[in-house]
Design a protein. Structure first.
Length: 202
């Protein structure tokens, strides 16, 4: 072996070092590229979610339930609306808005804030964007349930689901949790709902 020339082992080690440097550079570039993609694209929130995150004194939430589509004498619907200042439940008979029973209670900003936080955790404004059909007339043998965020008298966002199996709606949250949250806001709400169903069945 001539003095000054690299040994075979030295050449192998040099090649390994170069390959390691190249792989490290490729991994760094890949991580940087994907990191930039994830941070540069803002998450688009619907109007209802924006109000849940940053409510005003005009913000309210509402759950509306349409019963089975049957004869007018046997049809019922339920509306529960909660705001910073009030909580109300109204039950209706028929399709013309005949009131069966209504109950209104005061509310506080602190209680409303906790409700919004709980609704957020239950996915209240999570949307299934793949559903585009109009819910009118859907699930005729069961319930059409609509969840809504109000900005004053205007609807900021409304999502819907049904009690019928395999009939998905635009609502993608946890419907059982959300329904319970609304009903738990008003003492005796379940009894009020049962009375409405019994009256509609008469």
């Amino acid at each position: 072996m001539r003095r000054g020339q690299p040994t075979r082992l030295g050449s192998v080690l040099l090649i390994i070092a170069i390959v390691a440097i190249v792989l490290s550079a490729v991994l760094w570039a890949t991580r940087t590229l994907f990191s930039n993609d994830s941070t540069d694209e803002p998450v688009e929130l619907n109007a209802g979610q924006q109000l849940l995150n940053e409510p005003t004194d005009q913000t309210a939430v509402r759950m509306s339930v349409r019963g089975p589509i049957v004869a007018s004498e046997q049809h019922y619907s339920i509306v529960i609306t909660i705001s910073q200042s009030s909580r109300s439940i109204t039950t209706y008979r028929g399709y013309e808005g005949e009131i069966i029973e209504t109950k209104t209670l005061p509310n506080t900003a602190a209680a409303f804030s906790d409700l919004l936080a709980a609704l957020n955790r239950a996915g209240y404004m999570e949307e299934n964007a793949s559903i585009t059909q109009d819910p009118e007339g859907i699930c005729a043998v069961g319930q059409l349930i609509q969840f809504e965020v109000l900005d004053g008298d205007k609807s900021a966002k409304k999502l819907w689901t049904t009690s019928c199996a395999k009939l998905e709606g635009t609502f993608a949250g946890r419907d059982i949790n959300v329904e319970a949250l609304f009903q738990n806001q008003i003492p005796e709400s379940r009894a009020i709902i049962q009375r409405a169903k019994k009256i509609a069945d008469q």
